[in-house]
Design a protein around this ligand. Structure first.
Ligand SMILES: Nc1ncnc2c1ncn2[C@@H]1O[C@H](COP(=O)(O)OP(=O)(O)OP(=O)(O)O)[C@@H](O)[C@H]1O
Ligand SMILES: [Mg+2]
Length: 259
């Protein structure tokens, strides 16, 4: 079970990625959550404190690690033949949700020929996690469309595109969907988040229908999510919250769809 979560800024990617990772772990799957956002905060949602989250050094910013993996002793000549299983062991962080977290850091745009050392490490690490290793993976992607359809994110079982009833977020969802589809990704699902009423549901459903997006689920607007986030607490602790319950149900849906 490998999923990536994408969408416009602020639509609820991190809440949903965190909730899914927690749900997979609770169902007995060994689960790794990858924070691929350059402003990482998935740690908070997975129950780490603000201080613990702040202390995490993203892989791309861990110069000694990157150098130890890629250095050949010659300027601008990188070793590309290195191990990454030890990175997972040494740099993933156990969270109170039973999920191990890896924070990737900023990945430079993959221009033709750009192969800087941190990118090489990230590429190998993602390949290992998504393609080779047999664990559940949930990837919280950077907002927008920049990284869609490129690199290893492309090889996940399912891409979840989050939007709310705001047309801007739906337009970005469509853009992400079209790029991912062009890149050959097969299981693409829209999730309508922060839904307050039937009018919003209908707006999301009709956009999905018109644009060929497959709608997986709605997640209700939940005031308690906002209150928990305000206090710097994870909303995921409270299983009775409607949004948290619904995200947990999405785990079941996904396990069925990708079985
Ligand atoms: N179902 C919901 N009900 C109410 N509030 C929500 C819901 N989902 C998300 N939010 C709120 O929306 C805000 C953004 O959520 P979140 O951080 O998960 O989005 P994001 O897409 O990861 O944002 P970014 O692009 O900045 O990483 C948060 O304040 C969160 O509390
Ligand atoms: Mg986020």
């Amino acid at each position: 079970m490998k999923v990536a979560v994408a969408g416009k800024g602020g639509v609820g990617k991190t809440l949903i990625a965190g909730g899914l990772a927690k749900g997979f772990a609770e169902r007995g799957l060994k689960t790794i959550a990858i924070d691929a956002d350059s402003s990482p905060n998935l740690g908070l949602t997975l129950g780490l404190s603000a201080e613990e989250t702040r202390k995490i050094v993203p892989i791309t910013e861990n110069k000694p690690l990157v150098e130890s993996k890629t250095s050949t002793g010659f300027n601008s000549v990188f070793n590309l033949n290195f191990t990454v299983d030890d990175i997972v062991k040494d740099y993933s962080i156990a969270t109170p949700m039973g999920v191990n977290l890896i924070v990737m850091g900023t990945v430079q745009a993959m221009e033709a020929g750009c192969m800087c050392a941190p990118n090489a490490v990230i590429r190998a690490l993602l390949r290992y996690l998504v393609v080779e290793r047999n664990e559940a993976v949930v990837m919280d992607l950077e907002a927008g469309v920049e990284h869609i359809g490129r690199g290893t994110a492309r090889q996940v079982d399912a891409l979840l595109i989050i939007a709310d009833s705001n047309l801007k977020s739906l337009e970005i969802a469509k853009h992400i969907h079209d790029l991912a589809s062009k890149a050959g990704m097969k299981q693409l699902y829209l999730i309508g988040n922060r839904v307050m009423n039937d009018t919003q549901k209908e707006a999301i459903q009709s956009f999905a229908d018109k644009n060929g997006l497959s709608l997986l689920s709605f997640v209700p607007y939940d005031q308690k999510v906002i209150e928990a986030d305000m206090l710097g607490e994870t909303p995921l602790k409270n299983k009775e919250m409607p949004a948290v319950k619904t995200i947990d149900n999405i785990c079941e849906l996904l396990l069925k769809k990708t079985a």
